[in-house]
Design a protein around this ligand. Structure first.
Ligand SMILES: Nc1ncnc2c1ncn2[C@@H]1O[C@H](COP(=O)(O)OP(=O)(O)O)[C@@H](O)[C@H]1O
Ligand SMILES: [Mg+2]
Length: 311
């Protein structure tokens, strides 16, 4: 009897220690993944959304930011019409929590972030407020996934150079490959420190994906002296368009479709990746973007002189 009481006491103690550890240990910083491309229309938005949902399915807490200024992509795919976006936060009219949209599968969405350029003109009070809000948000998420616009505009480069993980999406199409090459060139020129990995979308076979990736990797290695890793391939799949017609992501509408299975594979391989030694999380990421857009300081020790016009 006494023995059992002792066992219970020990159990309660270990439980208490576990809870204490969870509450007081420093939180793991949120991992930031930027999804980008040189050319438009290569499948960034569909991938960013599917990838976010794949992480959410694995019970990670995920927030997806639509950072394509021109086209409010994520909204369109899911058929949502958010009233507010980041520009309301920047103007001090809303908090970040106010603008977060509830997506499917527990996914949270920061709607089309028009106004990101306005970050450059924030006054100190609003900037501090914004960073405080982000620090609070940071504790609530494991992944921040960013869907950028295509190309090498100043704003897109800010998102690429500030991220620890960048997924560069291309298709086997020669112009998409040429634009992917162009983006890597700018990334290299600005001493991008993030881990840039390639995804070849809309391939007819894995074989084609592999060949395309090898071709690009070879040119990049030869002319830019840059080694690029491959994160995976996604087949051309009618499920993608069909899901959009239903205002869904293919990964939820057709979880067994080839495109979905490949995205799950990519998500698991990204999840395995050991985080950088000093991950800077969501707050560090936003600080980098602001410092980049304000045109002062460096992007992670690299020199930063990109002004968009010369890029
Ligand atoms: N793996 C795929 N198979 C078939 N169609 C795809 C695939 N990925 C994307 N698409 C289609 O390509 C178009 C562009 O996709 P989108 O995600 O909007 O690209 P981006 O964000 O790069 O502009 C959409 O019509 C989408 O349905
Ligand atoms: Mg898009």
């Amino acid at each position: 009897m006494n023995d059992q009481a002792e066992k219970l006491r020990l159990l309660a103690k270990s439980l208490q220690e576990k809870i204490h550890k969870q509450i007081f240990s420093p939180p793991t910083p949120c991992r930031v993944i930027t999804v980008t491309s040189g050319k438009g229309g290569v499948g960034k938005t569909n991938l960013a959304l599917a990838l976010s949902l794949a992480f959410a399915m694995q019970k990670y807490r995920v927030i997806l930011m639509d950072a394509d200024m021109g086209l409010a992509n994520v909204d369109v795919i899911l058929g949502i019409v958010p009233k507010h976006n980041l520009s309301h936060v920047i103007r001090g009219e809303k908090t970040i929590r106010d603008i977060i949209h509830e997506g499917p599968g527990g996914l949270k969405i920061i709607p089309s972030a028009s106004g990101v350029e306005e970050l450059a003109n924030l006054d100190a009070t609003l900037l501090t407020k914004l960073l405080d809000e982000i620090a609070v948000l940071e504790r609530s998420f494991d992944y921040l996934i960013i869907d950028t616009g295509a190309g090498i505009s100043r704003q897109v480069m800010a998102f690429i150079l500030a991220a620890e993980d960048i997924l560069l999406v291309t298709t086997p199409d020669p112009t998409a490959l040429a634009d992917a090459y162009g983006l890597i060139k700018v990334f290299k020129k600005h001493h991008g420190k993030g881990r840039l990995r390639l995804i070849v979308n809309m391939v007819r076979s894995e074989q084609e994906g592999r060949e395309v990736a090898q071709r690009l990797a070879k040119v990049v290695s030869q002319f830019l002296k840059f080694e690029i890793d491959v994160a995976g391939y996604i087949p051309s799949d009618r499920a993608v368009e069909e899901a959009v017609r239903r205002n869904q992501s293919f990964i939820t509408a057709f979880p067994r479709a080839p495109a979905s299975l490949n995205v799950i594979k990519i998500a698991s391989s990204l999840g395995d990746f050991t985080p950088p030694e000093s991950p800077h999380g969501m707050q560090g990421f936003i600080k980098q973007i602001i410092s980049f857009l304000q045109g002062r300081g460096s992007v992670r020790e690299g020199r930063m002189d990109l002004d968009g016009r010369r890029a």
